[in-house]
Design a protein around this ligand. Sequence first.
Ligand code: ADP
Ligand code: ZN
Length: 742
Amino acid sequence: MPNGHTSSDAVPDPGVERVRVLLPLGLPGPLDYRAVPGPGLGPGAFVRVPLGSAERLGVVWDRESGADGDGIDEARLRDVLEILDAPPLGAVMRRFIDWVAGYTLAPPGAVLKMAMSVPKALAPEAGVSAYLGVPGWPRPEGFRITAQRNKVLELLAAGPPRTPADIRAETGAGASVIKGLEAAGALAVHALAPPSPFAAPDPDRAGPALTPAQAAAAAKLLAAVRAEKFSVTLLDGVTGSGKTEVYFEAIAETLRRGRQALVLLPEIALSAQWLERFAARFGCAPALWHSELGAARRRRTWRAVAEDRAPVVVGARSALFLPYAALGLIVIDEEHDGSYKQEDGVFYSARDMGVVRGHLGALPVVLASATPSLETVVNVERGRYAALRLGERIGSATLPEVGLVDLRAAPPPSGRWLSPPLAEALAETLEAGQQALLFLNRRGYAPLTLCRACGHRLECPNCSAWLVEHRASGRLTCHHCGYALRPPSSCPDCQAEASLAACGPGVERIAEEVSALFPEARQCIMASDTLAGPQSFGDIVAAVTSGAVDILIGTQIIAKGYHFPRLTLVGVVDADLGLSGADLRASEHTHQLLTQVAGRAGRAELPGRVLVQTYMPEHPVMAALASGDREAFIRAEKAERKAAHMPPFGRLAAVIVSGPREGEVDATARALGRVRPNAPGLEVLGPAPAALSLLRGRHRRRFLVKGARNRALQPILRHWLARVRPGKAVRIQVDVDPVSFL
Ligand code: ADP
Ligand code: ZN
């Protein structure tokens, strides 16, 4: 019995009222319960129900949604225990949850769990008590009026009611004094509503005067907001063209119409500059939503969003699942960014599901990028999305000049990674008192440690991956599972002493090389592991902005959106890094990432330049970077995908079989292989060991399902996977529209 109802001998009652309740658990669907008489038990109500010997919170689900209850005997129905004092989950959100579950093949409860991420928010926030004196209070026999009590009584003789904090501030009296007076009946208590956690952004504060191109684009977005219906608009503008100020206008119009706006950003915890600009435009901070938010903040934010007291929410992908009371606009900035794809639990793309949310909620969606994804570009060509183009940088800034450094012709000295042309450009930049950025998308000191005597490589015991040396922390670390150890003094395999050698560079090693080349230069590393939280990230951004840093060395976290006016040189240490491997979008993603990185150079009056170190200068990605001809690159990439029937011209889904015991995983994978779906135009590749064939101690096998664009893969997958019972500890995960192929 999946729901744990206990049997009972009660006589069936034909007139009993059932409700379906979806619980935030991995069950196949909602469960039936007996409705308690009384108001408030409509669809969307948050309820407390029994499940087995425990109690759970859930949501009353619709009858007509196709989500059947479990059809349990009436005799065994159990009662809904309580209707919680929270705004019901709206119909659009319920449809959205069903839709996401249907598309991703996740259990609907697993999707609901994302929308109920803060169970504590389902109880109303406790208000604060405020106190007022009782006129003509008859002092009880023996009640002493101490000096402190007297001060409080005098203060509270006249209104307004004061909170304990106010009372303490004005009289110095603490809680015990108030308690004593309250117990003696000297004070009347008033419950105050909890303060609203978010100030109202002012849509009519003046922002910068928009350029004609920005104004034209803003006008189109305003029209989309006023239409109050579903639309998707791509805001396609080169780096530094002022896209943010343009979509701020759409947010302003949404606020004027009394509705909420949601902005998704890729690295919300690191978006200090973005928040400053928001505050400058709207006069206050927006509501933030990301994983580093504290528990109290999460609770207040969830509740405020549900009660329409959070006009603008800025968040990571999970912000899509907040229970908006009056959502009127969704902006997805850097829409091409890989961090919008969630790859555990429910596998979903926040970009794509954001568009679905817009469709179900009949509201406009804005996708912003300097390097839109091929999916989005093709949707524009098919006429499904509108597009607005900003072709030039703001003010006198121009796009930087990009030069390729052919590492075959100009190799760095042995044991070094900066080629002579790049080292020279760095020297010139420092000489001119300007700033440089060295980009290498690899954390740590060296990606591989190798024994010079026997060739042994230090690998993670839990993952099929090398251990990455982090010299700053004195550790060899697995970037997949976090396993770490101190670097051994001898080879663990052949016991040779002092034979272990670091191979290849990470950002720490580049920093070492910079110190050797330019001992005077002030340098700083920006990588996710060298920064403890948004605060230190904000500090570094401030240091770079103020000119306290000459050379910035960083991974992809610096590629996103930063604006450093004095930064004029960008050096890409290893442009080829992302091009190896079997990733369908390797070229596209490398082009996007390097365009973003290059876009950090020369964003103000000082012109910028970019040097890209590569062994493959003839590669289409490098050619496109050098020529700046994005269209040609997209055309070629599109032609290739089309010929191979790959997305967006075909559909993909990955099926990942994993478990701690290899034999069991293989058995399940083979069983799936034997009953693989067979249909014209459908291809099922695998089972094959995943590129990460061992991950966090789990062995992994993959299938890749390929189908035509006009055919939904979900029914095929559902039918297929239902035919196999996985081994006991084996998990089968489905990744519809996979981004990672590891
Ligand atoms: P993008 O997101 O397209 O890379 P941004 O929105 O970051 O570009 O804008 C680049 C810089 O130009 C920012 O510092 C921004 O404050 C500034 N800016 C944008 N629009 C204007 C404007 N109309 N007038 C003056 N400065 C602007
Ligand atoms: Zn590992």
